[in-house]
Design a protein around this ligand. Sequence first.
Ligand SMILES: NC(=O)c1ccc[n+]([C@@H]2O[C@H](COP(=O)([O-])OP(=O)(O)OC[C@H]3O[C@@H](n4cnc5c(N)ncnc54)[C@H](O)[C@@H]3O)[C@@H](O)[C@H]2O)c1
Length: 416
Amino acid sequence: MSCEYATDIHPTGYGVLRLPRSIVVGAQQRFAIANIAADLGRNVLICTDPRLATSEDLKKLVASLEARNLTVRVYGDTQAELPVPGIMACVAQLKGQPIDVIIGFGGGSCMDMAKVVSVLLAHGGQPRDYYGEFAVPGPVIPVIALPTTAGTGSEATAVAVVSDPELGMKMGISSPHIIPYAAVCDPELTYTCPPSLTAATGADAFVHLVESFTAITREPTSSLATERVFVGKNVLADSLALNGIRLVGRSLATAYKNPENTGARADMMLAALYGGITLSNAGTAAAHAIQYPVGNLTHTPHGVGVGLLLPYVVRHNFNAIMPQLAEIAEALGRDTRGLDARAAAMAGVDAIDEILAAIDMPATLADLGVEESQLGQIAALSMNSKRLIENNPMLLDLDAVTSIVQAAFFGDRTIA
Ligand SMILES: NC(=O)c1ccc[n+]([C@@H]2O[C@H](COP(=O)([O-])OP(=O)(O)OC[C@H]3O[C@@H](n4cnc5c(N)ncnc54)[C@H](O)[C@@H]3O)[C@@H](O)[C@H]2O)c1
């Protein structure tokens, strides 16, 4: 039984994991950063945002670095969703300054700021010179990522996402060179996240985990790991994905409804880290491709968009991912013993719906303010995210994406 099962889930046995050199997890571990940074040089830049720039946590972080005789500069103007002009303003201020290590302190926006600034200070140019996969030509200034949200997993990813106003969309820089040197995940830093942020970021983590676990399985050629940053479903990412899904099932609703529950916060920090690792290696798919134009049109948080879309995407992919959905059902506490393959997979779909309903995710694109007349445009723009579309377990053409977008608009949760 276990052998048959393993063959279903991992038809190829192929695996890829690219990771930070150190990952440190636990309450108070933010104070491990001073020693990690001191090993890398004397001159530290911290990229953070205006809210965190005035926080006690930043003051204490700076003090801990200065106590190691490090020189600390703080750039505190990172803007949410990382518009390119803000990145260039930071680089203009810092050019020519000695910088040995960059700490990204904040949510995904600040961690991605640290990554992009490390590329631009090391190699020059503009973010657009590095869009796509493998365009960063070599090593960058080492980044230490210190997340304050439990969501993006950027602390462990080979990706930085920027908003490019000239292109009118978000763009990704994807390269193993930008994986942070160290990820320090201290759940205490998330205690101040209000419920709406906990829900949006927690949904983001959940979708990373589910989309990675249900991603396409590619033929494991010897060049796959060097041709693609995101190689598709793989045996190494899978065990982390399932563990992350378990943690989300156990703790996302609690962290949302009971923000001071420290155990739930710790679980979600770990789940977000696992989501980052799995998205960075296996890769995400249709929910992410469709969210980009939706986020652009509605100015709604990324996590809310992907969380809303996931139930429609797993239904569309249902016939290609039944064994994975059954595994997800078990990880989310459903008893699938005695069920046939379809019923067990359906239990996974129900469990996913339930997790997202428990954190009050909107149910339809209409709830986000999308108009019916915009559905064609959303579907067409989603197709531009080629690497995400290609990572979906079922072949997606424009008609297929249109049908997902329409189902998500009208709230149609039937399975073909
Ligand atoms: N690089 C990756 O792998 C990756 C993956 C997914 C998403 N992203 C990107 O990450 C960004 C989103 O990041 P995010 O969702 O973490 O939000 P964010 O970094 O944009 O922050 C959103 C808001 O939350 C506030 N905030 C952060 N931590 C807080 C805390 N502890 N308490 C109270 N408020 C807090 C911030 O100050 C900000 O106002 C987007 O640009 C997205 O595209 C990157």
